[in-house]
Design a protein around this ligand. Structure first.
Ligand SMILES: N=CN[C@@H](CCC(=O)O)C(=O)O
Length: 307
């Protein structure tokens, strides 16, 4: 529990819903790393949601005196973890349907993974709730994650955005896709061509370092205009010094400050319906990285409070 006179996110989660709140936000866990294993990555992200929940309890002031933002105007609800089995395909179906039903109930949704394979079912959940593929998807990630399915049919943590770019509804309704903070040392030239052939865009990490993450991300939000937006954040896009607990770390990347600034802007953007956070792996490092992830959630909420 929080200390006297200092309510935190855990207290916000306890408040019952009252009709006059500014927004409803639901947090949902995807405790699954089968997709990471299939992609030959380091497993452990299935323990991510549980670890985040423990930290969430005590972090993040409900009234932020630095920015003068009061989160008690937001209804924040923990919807638990989705039911996981050994079948990744089943897990994805359940996830897409849960995300869609939360969005239909008027929630802004935060999904905490788990592997990055979650991002295609999450996008499907958004398309199904909108009954349209005319959505915007921004993948903040060191990797492009447009690898082909294994044996032509098995999804994995490196394939979610190829699945999106090949999705019938997304293609028919002219969805829009952009990769943000991609690292050329970890992305194949063939995959770049593939994304361009599907009208996807890429903002490389080097460009972000020149112009600043805030500026670059504001431009992206502007380009996506009024489409319902899904911001997918793979935390391995953040430099390993700031964010060591991931399946595939890098010595370069966004800073922790960039990450929270981006989450704030994503939350403040009226069209953002869905945020997912992927690849937190507490088996590798659980304290510093979990604190960063909770801060990212917190800054997203601060942004929503400023809509
Ligand atoms: N979501 C992560 N995708 C990366 C994983 C790389 C790795 O674990 O080695 C990718 O497929 O490139």
């Amino acid at each position: 529990m929080s200390k006297i006179g200092d309510p935190r996110l855990g207290d916000l989660l306890q408040l019952p819903y009252s009709g006059n709140k500014k927004a409803k936000v639901a947090i949902l866990g995807y405790p699954c790393d089968i997709g990471v294993e299939r992609n030959n990555g380091r497993v452990g992200s299935k323990n991510g949601p549980c670890c985040i929940r423990k930290k969430l309890e005590k972090m993040g002031t409900v009234i932020n005196p630095e920015f003068n933002i009061d989160l008690s105007n937001i209804h924040f609800e923990d919807r638990g973890d989705i039911q996981i089995s050994d079948s990744l395909e089943n897990n994805h179906e359940i996830l897409a349907s849960e995300v869609s039903s939360l969005l239909n109930d008027g929630f802004i949704v935060i999904v905490v993974g788990g592997g990055n394979d979650q991002s295609y079912p999450n996008a499907k959940g958004l398309m199904s709730s909108m009954k349209s593929g005319n959505i915007g998807v921004v993948n903040i990630d060191a990797h492009l994650d447009v690898r082909p399915l294994i044996n032509g049919s098995l999804a994995h943590s490196g394939s979610p955005f190829r699945q999106l770019l090949e999705d019938e509804m997304y293609i028919k309704d002219k969805g829009m896709f952009l990769e943000f903070a991609s690292q050329g040392s970890q992305c194949s030239a063939e995959h770049v061509k593939y994304i361009q052939s599907k009208s996807g865009k890429i903002v490389w990490l080097s460009e972000i370092h020149k112009k600043g993450a805030n500026e670059c991300f504001k431009n992206v939000l502007n380009d996506f205009k009024s489409r319902p937006l899904f911001v997918s954040f793979d935390i391995d896009s953040i430099t390993g010094a700031d964010c060591p607990g991931v399946s595939c770390p890098s010595v370069i990347g966004l800073s922790a400050q960039d990450a929270v600034d981006i989450c704030y802007l994503a939350g403040k953007n009226t069209y953002t319906k869905l945020l997912d956070l992927s690849e937190f792996n507490p088996n590798i490092e659980e304290d510093r990285t979990a604190r960063l992830v909770v801060n990212m959630i917190y800054y997203f909420l601060l942004g929503i409070a400023e809509r």
